[in-house]
Design a protein around this ligand. Structure first.
Ligand code: NAD
Length: 339
């Protein structure tokens, strides 16, 4: 059986990455589009076989309530619109998949969780790496004790932003700079690789404010995470260099991924001694790729009334930690994370 998805926002990610994946899904199908551009929506609908009755604009979005084909609404909009459209979708009686970062601040995340709970609907955040086989295998190895007691997680995540005029560069629309957009992958990985929640953070920001791209949002932010076991995380988030890797070190070895959370091409090595390391190929996962995994997992959770692997509460945890990272960088001191 396949559940119906409505995609909200036909931008780079929604149209470029998510929509083409439905053809590979076993439990998900594309039934509706929400766009501010009727001509584009009609063209995409034709290409992907979405019926006329499945085309909506932002102003008539709430009519999705009357469309029984739509089970799940997938929010692929700029961050400042995530809360509004998640809440409206829940009120229309639909389950919600929302892109990362979940929202501008923790208060919005809490409102999204409350709206879905009140409506009795599921909420999942688009953390696709949790369905990527190298990441899944790295977590399994770490939990199985393959590298002993975990001591240190290190990650660098960044890409070079070009356009100074997009919503990503406007603080009110993005919630922040590289940390919200790409540093969040390092933060997520620090949490899922250690299996621990940070108790405190310490961060330092470096941004050239005369660069027109960085008038409002940060470029580089270097953040340390203290975990309850004594393990530490050390992460760098950047909007001015391309990098995508993490290393998890234990007292008996280490696990390296590079690229770690990219769209494709992941590679993984496990090392025991100081210099040697062996490439490890993970077993193929149950899904064709990470996007299919994400879409079909949510559909299966709805069908079987199970909690998604990455529910709203998971998105909220990251946003709370990011808030502490920003505060630490601003106040130049260690900040205890509110749990
Ligand atoms: P984008 O700018 O390419 O697309 C945004 C879409 O929202 C566009 O279709 C735009 O027309 C629409 N929109 C509607 N109202 C708007 C408004 N007021 N201002 C600006 N745009 C408006 O952005 P994107 O890269 O597709 O990102 C969308 C979401 O997906 C973001 O939350 C982003 O963080 C997330 N994303 C996730 C991944 C991932 O790998 N999980 C990758 C890229 C983006």
């Amino acid at each position: 059986r396949k559940l119906g998805y409505a995609i909200v926002g036909l931008g780079g990610y929604g149209l470029g990455r998510i929509i083409p994946q439905f053809q590979n899904c076993q439990h998900s199908r594309l039934v509706a589009l929400v766009s501010g551009d009727p001509a584009k929506a009609r063209k995409v609908a034709q290409e992907y076989g979405v019926p006329e009755r499945g085309i909506y604009s932002y102003s008539d979005f709430d009519r999705i309530r009357d469309n029984p084909d739509i089970d799940i609404v997938y929010i692929c909009l700029p961050v400042f619109m995530h809360a509004e459209y998640t809440i409206r979708a829940a009120q229309a009686g639909k389950h919600v998949m929302c892109e990362k970062p979940m929202a501008i601040n923790p208060a919005e995340c809490e409102q999204m969780i409350a709206a879905c709970r009140k409506a009795g609907k599921k909420l999942m955040i688009g953390y696709r790496s949790r369905f990527e086989p190298h990441n899944v295998e790295a977590i399994r190895l770490a939990r199985a004790g393959a590298i002993g007691n975990l001591r240190y997680f290190r990650s660098e995540h960044g890409f070079v932003v070009g356009d100074a005029n997009t919503w990503r560069m406007k603080k009110a629309q993005s919630g922040g700079g590289s940390m919200m957009d790409i540093g969040i992958y390092a933060l997520q990985a620090a949490r899922y690789m250690t299996g621990e929640e940070p108790v405190a953070v310490f961060a330092k920001e470096t941004t050239n404010r005369s660069d027109p791209r960085f008038r409002e949002v940060e470029d580089m932010i270097d953040f340390q995470l203290e975990f309850p076991s004594g393990a530490i995380g050390s992460c760098m988030s950047m909007y001015s260099a391309n990098r995508n890797q993490f290393v998890l070190m234990g007292d008996k070895g280490r696990i390296e991924l590079e690229p770690a959370t990219a769209y494709s091409g992941q590679r993984m090595w496990v090392g025991q001694e100081r210099s040697d390391k062996t490439e490890v190929k993970p077993p193929p996962g149950p899904y064709a790729n990470q996007w299919v995994g994400q879409l079909d997992h949510m559909a299966q959770c709805v069908m079987q009334n199970r909690e998604p692997l990455v529910p709203g509460e998971e998105g909220l945890r990251d946003i709370r930690i990011i808030e502490a990272v920003y505060r630490s960088a601003r106040e130049q001191k260690r900040i205890v994370v509110q749990s």
